[in-house]
Each structure stands twice: as C-alpha cells, then as structure tokens.
Design a binder for this molecule. Sequence first.
Ligand code: PNS
Length: 174
Amino acid sequence: MTERIALYPGSFDPLTNGHLDILSRARRLADRVVVAILENDAKTPLFTVSERIAMIHEIVGDDPATPVRSFSGLLVDFAKEVGATLIVRGLRAVSDYEYELQMALMNRRLTPSIETVFLMAKEEYSYVSSRLVKEVARLGGDVTGLVPEAIRLRLVERVGKELLVEKSKVKGRT
Ligand code: PNS
C-alpha cells in the first residue's frame, strides 16, 4: 500500500498549541505529516527558519512520521517534491475562511491532484494565533497554555531581547 503523505504548511512563528492540535489530528489522516515552514523574506519573523525548525523538532521529537522542513516557492511544488497528496490547514473562525478558500482554490488550479483539507482545532484554541501570541508576549502578557512551555520560554527571552535593543536604540538617539 502506498504511504499517504500530508503537508502541513505555515509560518509557525512560533508554533502554538493550536498548531500542535491540528498536527495530531492530521496524523490520523496520513501516515506521514510533513510540517513545512515557509521561507519568506517579506515578513519579518521573530524566529529564524532554523530556530523554528529546531523548536518544532524539540516539541514533536525526531519522529519520522512528522518531519519538519522549510520551503520556498510554490507550496504545491514542495508538496510534489515530498510526495504529499494532501495539504492540511487549520480553520478557526469564519474570518479565516476567505483567505483559506482563495489559497485552496489557487493550489487546486495549479495542481488538481492535491487536495486541501481543513481541520478544526479544539475550541479552546480557536482564538489562538502566532501573531496574537507574539503581541501579548511583547506587551508582557502571560501566554502560558497557548504555546508549549519550551516555546513560551524562548518567546519571553526573545521579546525581552527585542525590548533591550529598542531601549538601546532610543538611548543612542538621546
Ligand atoms: O501560516 P501562514 O503564514 O498563514 O501560512 C501561509 C502559507 C505558507 C501556507 C502560504 O503563504 C503559502 O503556501 N505560501 C507559498 C507560496 C504559494 O504557494 N503561493 C500560491 C498559492 S496560494
């Protein structure tokens, strides 16, 4: 029997508990779920791609069923490269729908043989996004329970460093 491979793409800057929940659900649909981190120079990420790969590895372990890779270019091309026939995306609120629909239809137009499937995370994660988690952490809020503890610690450390850099820039100007 051929192995069913799914691709779970995203920015994962950083990985949240919502992402983890989607990943474990995706594991039930496929023999292997490749976590695919987009290398995007246009966005200014908090963590580099290699830091994100290392952090996700730390959380999911070195499981051959959940390899972690980065990619650039078209998602469907990367899907073909790894032999994936499914693209998994998490869907939270209705607000996600329009963007996700556009991506799914564009990807289908590019490669009709690859199917996008949407999965819903646990209700308790329905409002959790990497963007909001970073914002809360930057403003000194507690993100415990929203991201894995190891990632929370890295997050707190990184936003603390950002603050120090900002302060030294202000100091340099005065
Ligand atoms: O977590 P994100 O940032 O919403 O993930 C977006 C991602 C990486 C899935 C999307 O930007 C993507 O697939 N980019 C690759 C470029 C591509 O294939 N574009 C055309 C199809 S929409």
